[in-house]
Design a protein around this ligand. Sequence first.
Ligand code: PLP
Length: 369
Amino acid sequence: MAGMTSAAPAPHTLLTPGPTPIHPRAVQALTRDMLGHMDPVVFALNRDIQQGLRDMYGAAPDTFTALLAGTGSLGMEAGFANLVESGDEVIVCANGSFGHRMAEMAARYGARVRLVTAPLGEAIRPENVAAQLDDRVRMVAVVHGETSTGVLNPVPEIAGLLRGRDTLLTVDAVTTAGMEPFHMQAWGVDYAYTGAQKCLSAPPGLAPIAVSDRAFARFHARRSPTPLWYADLDGLRDYWVHRSYHHTVPVNLHYALHAALSAALEEGLEVRQARAAHIGQAVYRTLEPLGFRHYVQDPAQRLPTVLALRLPAGLNDAAVRAELRQREISVTGGLGATAGLIWRLGLMGESARPAPYRTLMLALEDILG
Ligand code: PLP
């Protein structure tokens, strides 16, 4: 029988809007000796992770935080699976692929979805949310940074509409938490999630979540258990708080996320935010003379962690990206309606660094020049 081939990938410049290059400290952490998921050292590490996540999300001191063993989409699904019951009215803000994914998931868990949309490349308007809001709405769900178009949605303003109401707020923080300001407690967010491979630059496979007390109360008032046993909030709390077995957590990924999260918090979230903005501006200044233009027209609506650029006339998207890939550089094109029209460059975690972008610029000058 022929042996399996195992070509090690060449050194690569990864500039996609996720996954991002793994932080060197997380790479090292992955190689630590394996321990059991019920080991006291792992429980201590988990407790540290929980506190780090509270800091990252700007959550209250007693907010429940945890890692789900899956990607960002599991974080998204767990929110609807735990907090929505059949027949619930749910407003979903959808101005791109990930907002529509939320709407699809909410519907699968029985929600009656009221969609609030915006043209591609534009942010959700809070007044359009207000227009759909009434006392029957049990939850509002919004993507903070819509990766598919590079748009930042006005989460604080949408949260403001819900003050004094019994309406939960679910926020997709996949391209923001860990790099952009996120103030779960101050804004009044009830459920937030991200993916390890985005702003934290940890390996994919974990979804850090934060759940408010109000969301827990809603969960405990369910008429029937959540259909998603794997991410049942009480099951997660059994493991993360009461230290009893629920499922086998991926301990080595916990090591890596712990290392990446502590590196992020040591650097400081404001410093990381400034780093993304600074590198993004420098990249734009270099690409503008080649004919690239911002896709999002309103500067206030631009997501600092994903630079969405309209391509120069005549640039063959597929051919140029294939040529870049030949040179071990990855950039991402548009999704759906923007395919062939835009590129989306990641400025999250370790991708927001000068060196990889210098590599891209030199390659592009060579290919286009
Ligand atoms: N939400 C947003 C805003 C995303 O950008 C992504 C992935 O790119 C997801 C959700 C889904 O995350 P994952 O691909 O990790 O499941």
